[in-house]
Design a protein around this ligand. Structure first.
Ligand code: SF4
Ligand code: SF4
Length: 106
């Protein structure tokens, strides 16, 4: 399912940034299942930022050099609130039978 329920991914500025001075070239970020990074002779590079899963920080958590940062999650939460994304996702999950919602709960 589309976790943004139609909201354009490119309008959500959530993706990793690498500080090249801190990168220890451990390669851990290349393990990202969304293929966000490319490996270069200078180490890792963020090649496809909008393939990053909104809210995920796994690569930063496991980065040997502590070189990866993300924007402030508050801005993302504000978009989710303003656009009603939490409610839309919940409704979609209910439609798919993955979630039971009682009347008046959405
Ligand atoms: S935060 Fe998650 S999805 Fe995004 S690049 Fe890192 S590991 Fe991949
Ligand atoms: S995980 Fe961190 S230290 Fe390792 S290659 Fe990626 S950016 Fe560099």
């Amino acid at each position: 399912m589309a976790w943004l329920t139609g909201y354009p991914r490119e309008k959500i500025h959530w993706f990793p940034t690498i500080d090249p001075d801190k990168c220890a070239k451990c390669g851990m970020c290349i393990n990202c299942g969304k293929n966000v990074y490319d490996w270069t002779e200078n180490g890792s590079r963020v090649a496809r930022p909008y393939q990053c899963v909104v809210g995920c920080t796994t690569c930063a958590n496991l980065c040997l050099g502590n070189a990866i940062t993300f924007p402030d999650i508050k801005e993302v939460r504000e978009i989710y609130r303003r656009e009603g994304i939490w409610t839309k996702v919940k409704n979609q999950l209910a439609e798919e039978g993955k979630l039971q919602i009682g009347k008046g709960q959405v």
